[in-house]
Write a protein that binds this ligand. Structure first.
Ligand code: AMP
Length: 358
């Protein structure tokens, strides 16, 4: 176990890094954030910041020298940077997780390789590829960039009947794409799970997620799925953790079909927006859980003591904070972002909705 007073390096300075730094501080650890933007959400609460690009060799050398372990808060950390760091300091979760999660094609191959079902998918590198794949999927599908897509960005949905016009591939930036079959799901859920270096695991209950404009709007516990579906989701997450030799917290998103079976959508090798509810409804939040895992502490109990709904505060939603603060049983969390631009995650709140009877 890392002794208190040790330093945890965090690559990325957004709200997830901020909440990791806060959890680390409560366990007596120091944090050092690598992030090019000054006054970023994480650096406001961390002990120190290295203000440099994520792949700056000198900054990476400094981060390694000043940290006892390095973790990250977003999945697009350059893999070469993580691998270079790993020569000098422990990098957790292992850089393999980044490699798998950064490319939707690699990710789907990996998930299916564990016997976990995903949507059907095809790599798309031309208009001809797209026309052939759409025909194979009955004209319906979701076209996504293989890399660097998030919150529904870089996606085009085909609901049937649309012709593939010349230039469809170029219109998505001419980058490598993937077409997924369109999943007719009942609802979306996610599981936040953790694995420690000794192989012990802890999985929180699945949350039911509702998106608006491609951005997570609410996460609700309980998810309203059967115990068999919840158990299958937890089991799939644990299987992926084991396969990656993972240490830390992972988020795994699923579609739930009308018969209760699961189709995995994607994995996030980090703490996850749909796990923010854990800070209000569990004794050990996903953030503390991640810090515990990378610092070599025993994992915390993932049971929740309350049912709850987490809601994101996007853009001007943040103006409702004084009303929310009046309510009992509401935990408000803001990220220290100065400007409330449309679509920007400014904070979230979790409303406890009753004791968990299970
Ligand atoms: P993603 O960026 O993969 O998380 O996708 C964003 C959202 O688009 C998901 O949360 C779903 O609501 C929807 N979506 C993504 N892929 C599919 C799919 N293959 N079939 C149906 N809906 C999808």
């Amino acid at each position: 176990m890392l002794p208190p007073g040790s330093t945890i390096g965090i690559i990325g300075g957004g709200q997830l890094g901020r909440m990791l730094a806060m959890a680390a501080a409560r366990l007596g650890y120091r944090t050092l954030v690598l992030e090019p933007h000054a006054d970023c959400p994480a650096a406001q609460v961390a002990n120190a910041q290295i203000a440099a690009a994520y792949d700056d060799p000198r900054a990476l050398a400094e981060l390694a020298a000043r940290s006892d372990v390095v973790t990250y808060e977003f999945e697009n950390v350059p893999v070469e940077a993580a691998a270079r760091l790993a020569r000098d300091v422990a990098v957790l979760p292992p850089p393999l997780a980044l490699e798998v999660a950064q490319d939707r094609l690699t990710e789907k191959d990996f998930i299916n390789g564990r016997g976990i079902r995903t949507a059907d998918y095809r790599a798309i590198d031309s208009d001809a590829d797209l026309a052939a794949a759409l025909a194979a999927f009955g004209g319906r599908g979701v076209l996504k960039t293989r890399r660097l897509g998030y919150d529904g960005k870089g996606q085009r949905v085909f609901r049937g009947g649309e012709a593939v016009t010349a230039g469809a591939h170029a219109a998505m930036g001419g980058v490598p794409l993937i077409l997924e079959s369109l999943v007719a799901f009942d609802c979306e859920i996610s599981v936040i799970a953790a694995r420690a270096a000794d192989g012990s695991v802890a999985a929180y209950d699945p949350a039911r997620n509702v998106h608006r404009d491609g951005i997570l709007h609410t996460s609700t516990l309980p998810a309203g799925v059967s115990e068999a579906t919840a158990a299958a989701a937890r089991q799939a997450a644990v299987s992926l953790l084991d396969a990656l030799g993972y240490v830390g917290v992972i988020g795994v998103e699923f579609f739930v079909l009308p018969d209760g079976s699961l189709v995995a959508n994607e994995i996030a090798p980090r703490v996850h927006n749909s796990g923010h509810w854990t800070e209000a409804a569990c004794v050990v939040s996903q953030f503390e859980q991640h810090v515990r895992a990378v610092a070599g502490l025993p994992l915390g109990d993932p049971r929740r003591h309350s049912d709850c709904v987490m809601q994101n505060l996007i853009g001007d939603d943040v103006l409702s904070v004084s009303d929310l603060a009046r309510e009992p049983d509401v935990l408000v969390h803001l990220y220290g972002k100065a400007e409330a631009r449309p679509g920007r995650k400014m904070g979230h709140f979790t409303r406890l909705t009753g004791s968990f009877a299970g």
